[in-house]
Design a protein around this ligand. Structure first.
Ligand code: FAD
Length: 499
């Protein structure tokens, strides 16, 4: 299927079409163009039919009668990437269930979605987009190209053989899912949330799983060592063999040998999943002269407009994983690889395109993931990031329970809080239940620069089936207070200590 949307404005309008400048050269007359005519309303072109692109399209449709075209090189749209591990684990029946809006929805709403159509270049001066199929004029442009799997150079040479997979799109999920039907042993490379969720999913269906990361710990970017150890123990309990601090060597003929090498050990593996992270897809933007930042994403202002030279362009926006964000705690530019961020950015872009001024502020990036019956997640600064940024933090830790001591089914709950000065700057939680709600509350606390004193007087609610009388957050705050006092005491000179 080529196009999911209406055909409006897809044909060349001859004399009325704008010149596409150098981009148009050599394009055959047969190629359709999305050209401007006097009568037509504002033309919005969105590159990328993922979380940000599709949410921006629907937002714009709700707020305007603009002519909207979405160009996507994906073969599906409006689906939940986040659900893929749960289909692999057979908790969700099939991949089709992840499609949250059917093609008809976009057709009915006059959003012209063109799938399997890769944008080749952007001409900012001529305000045209070139794809393999045609040229599209735009009045407003949204770049929402997401990310590409990041594959380490060493293994890149071996990426082609059958049996090695990445997981970014629904089609990737379907392909991997099919291969899993006959797999007995799978090696997952990468210890981030996707690698962990997939490892848990595979063991759930009885597939022996080895998870390998070159980092010292699992979740090395999101969790401190002590918290990541809880996740590691959970994976072990699920039957996953976890190897950290080692790189994997995939033999050239993996498809035949069906073994992987870790240091001097050989492991049998029917399939390999590379879950080694992603990098922003910024090629198009970069070639068009759009500024790329230090973190590797497209630089945007608070209205999410892109920059060329010293100027932000009023009609060109970028959002989702391809754009950089500002960190709420450090003020540094970084990437945010979350569906929630993509969705939030889409709202801001949609508002700005339709004339409702909206801004996008710094982020603390709350996240949560699942391995078996363990939920784990966090928000804000980690100790590792604090060290990289030269920020001193004081931590507080507690281990509590999720229900009253006599109530059946109670589970462990681990809380780690990080304070920068007196203010809450980060939180990491793991446990059997009640993780998301606490992280969301702590996310607001970080945003509001809540102090340790405020948190000491935090009022929490209680009923035996859902909490302890003293919420485990409180002992974590008290533990941080004790650590702060101890640090202060140690900082005092010997004379002061005598006072
Ligand atoms: C397996 C998995 C699980 C996840 N789980 C979670 C989770 O639990 N919670 C969470 O918050 N986030 C999760 N995420 C992350 C979340 O899905 C992404 O952050 C989100 O999809 C990013 O949205 P985006 O629009 O920036 O990129 P995408 O959704 O990837 O969309 C990018 C789009 O751009 C298109 N594109 C790129 N280049 C071109 C081009 N040249 N021409 C045309 N089209 C192009 C692509 O085809 C695609 O349609 C998960 C991701 C994966 C892969």
């Amino acid at each position: 299927m080529k196009s999911m949307g209406s055909d409006s404005g897809a044909k060349d309008t001859g004399g009325n079409s704008r010149t596409a400048g150098k981009v148009q050269e050599g394009i055959s007359e047969k190629i359709s163009t999305h050209a401007r005519t006097e009568k037509e309303s504002t033309k919005v072109v969105i590159i990328g039919g993922g979380a940000c692109g599709m949410a921006a399209a629907t937002k714009i449709r709700r707020q305007s009668d603009f002519n909207i075209i979405v160009l996507s090189c994906d073969s599906h749209t409006a689906y939940s990437h986040c659900g893929i591990p749960f289909v692999l684990g057979r908790e969700i029946e099939n991949f089709e269930k992840l499609i949250v809006k059917p093609p008809d929805f976009f057709r009915e709403n006059k959003i012209d979605v063109r799938l399997n159509e890769k944008v080749i270049s952007i001409d900012l001066t001529g305000q045209v987009i070139l794809t393999g199929e045609g040229i599209y004029h735009f009045d407003k442009l949204v770049i929402a190209t997401g990310s590409l799997p990041f594959i380490l150079r060493k293994s890149q040479a071996n990426i082609m053989p059958y049996g090695i997979f990445t997981l970014r799109t629904l089609a990737d999920g379907m392909l991997f899912g099919k291969a899993l039907e006959t797999a007995r042993i799978v090696c997952i490379v990468g210890g981030g949330t996707i690698g962990i969720e997939c490892a848990s999913a595979l063991t759930r269906r009885g597939i022996k799983t080895i998870l390998i990361t070159r980092n010292k710990d699992l979740l090395s970017r999101q969790f401190d060592s002590d918290m990541s150890a809880i996740v590691r123990a959970q994976l072990k309990a699920l039957g996953v063999e976890v190897i950290t601090g080692e790189t994997v060597l995939l033999p050239e003929n993996f498809w035949k040998q069906k073994t992987i090498l870790v240091k001097d050990r050989q492991f049998p593996a029917d399939l390999v999943l590379l879950a080694t992270g992603v990098k922003p897809e910024t090629c198009l933007a970069e070639e068009a002269g759009i500024t790329i930042g230090k973190a590797g994403g497209i630089v945007v202002n608070e209205m999410l407009q892109v920059k060329t030279g010293e100027k932000f362009l009023p009609n060109v926006y970028a959002g989702g994983e391809c754009a950089e964000v500002t960190d709420l705690v450090t003020g540094e530019q970084r990437l945010s690889q979350l569906g929630t961020t993509a969705r939030h950015m889409a709202d801001v872009i949609g508002n700005n395109i339709t004339g409702k001024h909206s801004t996008f502020g710094p982020l603390a990036d709350p996240w949560v993931a699942i391995a078996g019956n363990l939920q784990f997640g966090g928000v804000g600064l980690t100790s590792g990031e604090a060290e990289r940024q030269g920020i001193k933090v004081v931590t507080g830790f507690s281990r509590g329970r999720t229900r009253a001591s006599y109530y059946p089914g109670r589970k462990d709950l681990y809380v780690k809080l990080l304070f920068k000065g007196n203010c809450l700057a980060g939180a990491q939680l793991a446990g059997g239940e009640g993780i998301k709600e606490r992280i969301d509350a702590l996310s607001l606390a970080i945003r509001k620069k809540t102090t340790v004193k405020d948190l000491l007087s935090l009022e929490t609610c209680y009923a035996p089936p859902v909490s302890m009388l003293v919420d485990p957050l409180i002992p974590a705050v008290k533990s941080a207070v004790r650590n702060m006092r101890e640090i202060k005491a140690n900082e005092k000179s010997p004379d002061e200590k005598l006072d």
